[in-house]
Design a protein around this ligand. Structure first.
Ligand SMILES: C[S@@+](CC[C@H](N)C(=O)[O-])C[C@H]1O[C@@H](n2cnc3c(N)ncnc32)[C@H](O)[C@@H]1O
Length: 221
């Protein structure tokens, strides 16, 4: 087990201890939510697509989804070097070749999307609440730039709706803000739908998930 994972600046990037095996990191939260995300994908998303993921962490979600849906081709990324090390190890370990080696992408960087080719889907799981709001802004700007018409931005995590959410998410929001005041559980109606509109996307669907999480899908015009 490692400690709560920290980035190069010493900040926590994942609020959990992760096991490690031959450089592959194992996230306890990914072990809890991957099965439900794979099942939800079938209801919400196309099973054949080119996918770019921001904030891939250990890399396990992309591995689980590409294992489940053989029409998916997945480009993972993370700004954190230790996470990319794990993602590379998962890419080498995975039998198929549809889960690529990671890119070093940071959604807060200006025009982070500019070297990349267009995609059908952009995914970000448990990222925008544990990063400054600028990361959400950069994510939607990148989605606008990279997604093909009718492409999708798929988010997973805890969210608020019109300022309201489960008590456990409110407590989590407070704990995130006590670690870094720029972090926090984002509001679909008050923050994300306006951000989507500014970037030519609209809310397509939401799905309640275990432990007061949600899948949230936006579609590009
Ligand atoms: C809580 S972890 C989630 C990892 C993985 N998606 C999961 O659910 O297991 C948040 C991840 O977002 C990444 N991250 C933080 N700020 C980011 C940013 N501005 N752009 C892209 N990724 C970021 C972190 O390095 C970390 O790997």
């Amino acid at each position: 087990m490692n400690d709560h994972q920290k980035g190069a600046d010493g900040k926590e990037i994942a609020l959990e201890a992760r096991a490690e095996k031959a450089a592959r990191l194992f996230s306890p939260s990914a072990a809890r939510n991957s099965h439900a995300i794979v099942a939800a994908w079938q209801d919400l998303m196309p099973s054949s697509a080119t996918v770019l993921e921001l904030g891939s962490g250990t890399g396990e979600h992309g591995v689980a989804l590409t294992n489940a849906y053989d029409g998916l081709t997945w480009q993972p990324s993370d700004p954190d070097q230790a996470s990319r090390h794990s993602i590379s190890a998962w890419a080498a370990y995975t039998d198929h070749k549809r889960f690529a080696a990671p890119l070093a992408l940071n959604a807060c960087d200006p025009a982070w999307w500019s070297p990349l080719s267009s995609k059908d889907i952009i995914v970000s799981i448990n990222m925008i609440h544990i990063a400054p709001f600028a990361a959400a802004q950069g994510l939607f700007e990148g989605a606008s730039a990279l997604l093909r018409s009718k492409g999708h931005l798929f988010l997973y995590g805890p969210f608020k709706r019109h300022g309201k959410t489960a008590d456990s998410n409110l407590a989590f929001d407070q704990s995130l803000k006590s670690r870094d005041e720029s972090w926090g559980v984002r509001d679909i109606d008050l923050e994300l739908i306006p951000l989507a509109a500014q970037n030519g996307l609209k809310l397509q669907s939401t799905k309640e998930m275990p432990a007061n999480n949600m899948c949230v899908v936006f579609e590009k015009d």
